[in-house]
Every structure is written in C-alpha cells, then in structure tokens.
Ligand binder design. Structure first.
Ligand SMILES: Cc1ncc(COP(=O)(O)O)c(C=O)c1O
Length: 401
C-alpha cells in the first residue's frame, strides 16, 4: 500500500546515466562475453572500489556464492555453516556443490550469525562458513575469522545485501577469503539480475572464473573485431556452469555503482532520522548498529517488545496488527522471510533456532522491496514516522488488539 499524502520513491531509480549505459551497449552491438568491455569494466571498478585484487561479474548473487563455494573445494559430504536467518540462496548454493548446509542461530540484536552457536556446530566435516551481512549490517567478522582459523574453515561472505557497508573500517566483501554480492533489482546496487564474486587470492579467482564459464579456461584476451570468438577454442578443466552476465546488466550496474555512495548516504540518513523517531516509542527497537561497523540499511527491521509498551499480547499478534495499521496509515511495511531457512519444506527440519524464530515473530520491516526506506526522500521518511507513531499510539490505546 502506498497511500498517504507524499508519494514514495520506487526502486530502482533509473535515469539518464542508466539510459546512456544501455544505449552504449546497443550502439556497440556486443551483448555478452567473459572479456566484453562492460563485464570487464564493472569487475575492475568494483575491485578498485573495494580495494580487492579480483572481481568476477556473474548472472546472479546465488551464482557468485556458488562459484565461491566451488572454488573453496566444497564437495559431497562437506558441511557448510550458514545462518538460520537469510534468503534461501545462502543454503541453496551449498546444495549446488553437493554440500550440507548446517544452520546456526543468529544474534538476537543484530540478526547476523551467532558465532558461538556456529562454533558448537563445527564437526570434522565442516569445510566453510558463510556469514551473511543481513540487511546491510556486517556480521561479527573478527569472531568468524577466529572460529574459521581454529577450525580450518574457508570464509565466504554473503554480502548480497551489504554493498557499501564496513566493518572496522574495511569494506564488506573484503573480510573473508571470498565474497558474493547480488545485483538483483531490490538491492542497493540494482541492475536487474546479476552478482559479483570478489577475492584477493589469485588461485581462488582462477578457479571461480572457470566454474563461472562452464569449466572453460578463460581466454587470455578479447578481440573487439571478433567479440564472439573468445571461447571458440577453450577447453574445460573442471565442472562448471554458465554464470556469465550480459553486457546490458553490467552497463546498468556500472551506472548504479557510480551512485552507490549517494545511495549509501541516503540509506544512512533515512535510517538515522527514522530511528530517532521510532526509538522514542516505548516498545519499539530500531535496528542495532554496533560501534565497530556501518549499516547500509538494505532493509530496516524494527522489533516490537510488547511488555515495554505495557501490552500483554503475543509479539506475533502485535506484529500482524501493526502491519495492518501501518498500511492503513500509508506506511510501506512488509515481513521479509516468515520462517527460518531450516523450516523451509526443502529441509523440513524440526530443529529449533530460538533467536531466528523470535526475530521473525517480533519484527517487521519498514519499507518494501519496491519502496525501500533507503530510496526515500526525507518528506516520505517523515510521513512514515508520523504514520508509525499514530499506528502505535492507537494500538497501545486498544491494548494491542
Ligand atoms: C542474503 C542473500 N543472499 C543471497 C542472495 C542471492 O542473490 P540473487 O537473488 O542475486 O541470486 C540474496 C538476494 O536475493 C540475499 O538477499
């Protein structure tokens, strides 16, 4: 619902620079290729921005995660620790390598991996760990690294939601052996469908590059006079997939990348403004941001604590009532994920993940996939804050019902 007096801004915001990027590709007439100019340009620009040695563009964030796990040598029987709260792709990428995702609970405050719970789940078969920088907040990477070093695990960051975030001054995407970003339309760096694989290690890069390209040895150079010929004589050395992105996607991603700092600044400004308002309401907890990291608020998740609002209703019921009330006030609000990953029918696990379950029951996200908080001008943020206050006041007056 998008009512109210101020029209919210839809995401992605596309303008003349994106149009110019698309027409540049169409004018050139080259739509794809591992060595094609937009693919290579995007890879070079992302690597430079992050201060990483290597980047590979892919056709999805899931593909970027998958090539990372393949490069890590994950295979049948290997276990990979992933958080119980994420998008399903984090676990699917493990299955694609024949590995077994082992779910660990999340921290109740940050919603990122609870590293102590992860440590309890390490076995002799554990090969890798995938901390997810959920909603744009980096996971507790020092603790992840300590665990990984002591147990001999490869760290693959799932940075799908965290473009522009930092941990102790270092960019998300450079905090593990490898990282994966998503370029899906909802993301802070949006280009339709696409992904980015990042690493500093030449060997991992070389392996990932083959896995991305049907196992073929990438061509040493690209010939603009014969743009489709760079794979004609290549030979396969490993099992791989066709995960190359198209030139149109990469060109749009480059145009969006040039505006990423602006997107990040707007996300942080909006979240700061909304948190100042919502944090003053009894029983509402805005997203936590530990002092050693920055959050890019890809999603803005608030927690409801009924007892602190003087309410005696189950958190999930209160959440549902608030969701309805917010929408009636013209405030964009959604649930993002309704069950922990292990409870998806794919896994049908009955194991309990108390923090992930509590997080899902007692929180909602302000902003939606189409109208995220990070895209909004300040007057929309203020209108949403006003609507939230009215909805919360009315709910409290009515005893949460
Ligand atoms: C946390 C997380 N991991 C992985 C992915 C997968 O990215 P994609 O949808 O680009 O495959 C996404 C995004 O959808 C995500 O949010």
């Amino acid at each position: 619902m998008t009512g109210g007096t101020v029209a919210p801004q839809r995401w992605p915001v596309l303008g003349p620079a994106d149009l110019e990027a698309v027409s540049r590709v169409l004018g050139r007439g080259v739509l794809s290729g591992a060595g094609a100019p937009e693919v290579r340009g995007l890879e070079a620009e992302v690597a430079a921005l992050l201060g990483a040695r290597f980047c590979l563009a892919t056709n999805s964030g899931t593909a970027a995660l998958h090539v990372a796990l393949a490069a890590a040598g994950v295979g049948p029987g290997d276990e990979v620790i992933v958080p119980a709260l994420s998008f399903i792709a984090t676990a699917q990428a493990v299955l694609h390598q024949g590995g077994q995702p082992v779910f660990a609970d999340v921290d109740p405050r940050t919603y990122t991996l609870d590293v102590r719970d992860a440590a309890r789940r390490v076995t002799p078969r554990t090969r890798a760990i995938v901390p997810v920088h959920l909603h744009g907040l980096p996971a507790d990477m020092d603790a992840v690294q300590l665990l990984a070093q002591s147990a001999g695990l490869t760290v693959v960051e799932d940075a799908a939601q965290a473009h522009g975030a930092t941990y102790r001054g270092r960019p998300a995407g450079t905090l593990g052996a490898m990282a994966a970003f998503s370029l899906n339309s909802t993301k802070n760096l949006a280009a339709g469908e696409g992904g980015l694989f990042v690493t500093d290690a030449e060997e991992l890069y070389a392996r990932a590059a083959r896995v991305r390209f049907d196992g073929l040895e990438p061509a040493a150079k690209w010939d603009p006079t014969h743009p489709l010929d760079d794979e004609a004589a290549a030979l396969a050395t490993v099992r791989g997939f066709m995960y190359l992105p198209g030139e149109l996607t990469c060109a749009v991603a480059r145009a969006q990348l040039a505006r990423l700092a602006e997107t990040t600044a707007r996300a942080q400004r909006n979240a700061g403004r909304l948190s100042a308002r919502l944090g003053a309401l009894p029983g509402i907890e805005p997203p936590a941001v530990p002092h050693d990291r920055t959050h890019v608020f890809h999603k803005y998740r608030v927690r409801l604590v009924p007892e602190r609002a003087g309410l005696e209703v189950p958190a999930a019921r209160l959440r549902d009532r608030l969701l309805e009330a917010l929408r009636a006030e013209g405030v964009e609000a959604v649930l993002w994920q309704t069950v922990p990953l292990p409870a998806h029918p794919l896994f049908a696990s009955r194991a309990r993940y108390p923090n992930a379950e509590a997080a899902l029951e007692s929180t909602l996200c302000v902003g939606s996939q189409t109208y995220p908080l990070f895209a909004q001008p300040l007057d929309v943020v203020d209108a949403w804050a006003d609507g939230f206050e009215r909805a919360w006041r009315a709910l409290r007056r009515g005893g949460g019902r």
